[in-house]
Design a protein around this ligand. Sequence first.
Ligand SMILES: Cc1cc2nc3c(=O)[nH]c(=O)nc-3n(C[C@H](O)[C@H](O)[C@H](O)COP(=O)(O)O)c2cc1C
Length: 209
Amino acid sequence: MQLKEAIEARASVRKFAPEAVAVADLQEMVRCAGLAPSVNNEQPWKFIAVLNKSLMASMAQAVHRHLDQLFPDTPTARDQSVKNTVDYYSTFFKDAPALIAVASKNYEAMVDKLLPLTNMGHQDVNALRNYPDVQSIGAAIENLLLCAVDLGYGACWLSGMMMARQELEGLLQIAEPWHLTAFIAVGRPAGPVRQRDKKPIEEIFQVVE
Ligand SMILES: Cc1cc2nc3c(=O)[nH]c(=O)nc-3n(C[C@H](O)[C@H](O)[C@H](O)COP(=O)(O)O)c2cc1C
């Protein structure tokens, strides 16, 4: 598949056929993710493929619980409906054949060497640079999603479930210096994949001369 075909075919897929995802295919997706640009070429990422259904069920339960703790009161039917929607979009991964957890760790940037001359720490500079660590992970995930399309899979990037980050890190045994950053659900799409409407080019592109 040509690159632009994959870009144009990609859409978030949340309903999957029961067919398993071959580990070799997951490895190829992660290989493509690892080719992405990253701050200082630090490649501050690690990808953990979860295939265990009972672990996925425990992870979904953790997300349900955290949503209940964060939003214990839903006084109106509309509030409850929003909460149900958030819950669905944060837990549908439990029915995916594979879930890839993305972990990241602190990188060392060139500018960090100047920090002893200031009263700033690494996280101050990271914030000033607008989180290049998170930006790097985004580039890697997009590569992964496009590779999934190329291999005939559908996938969906998830951040909603990060609300249960600490508990999920425990379940996945992710420990310092690593931190969970995002997830990607992967599988063969259960039906036709529909691209969502996107903004016209005139709205998103500007030239400054
Ligand atoms: C950073 C990020 C976080 C996202 N988190 C979720 C999520 O938690 N749950 C979900 O169902 N979709 C999630 N999505 C998918 C978006 O909803 C989806 O990309 C968007 O609606 C556009 O649809 P498309 O991917 O089909 O173009 C996320 C996407 C991005 C880029």
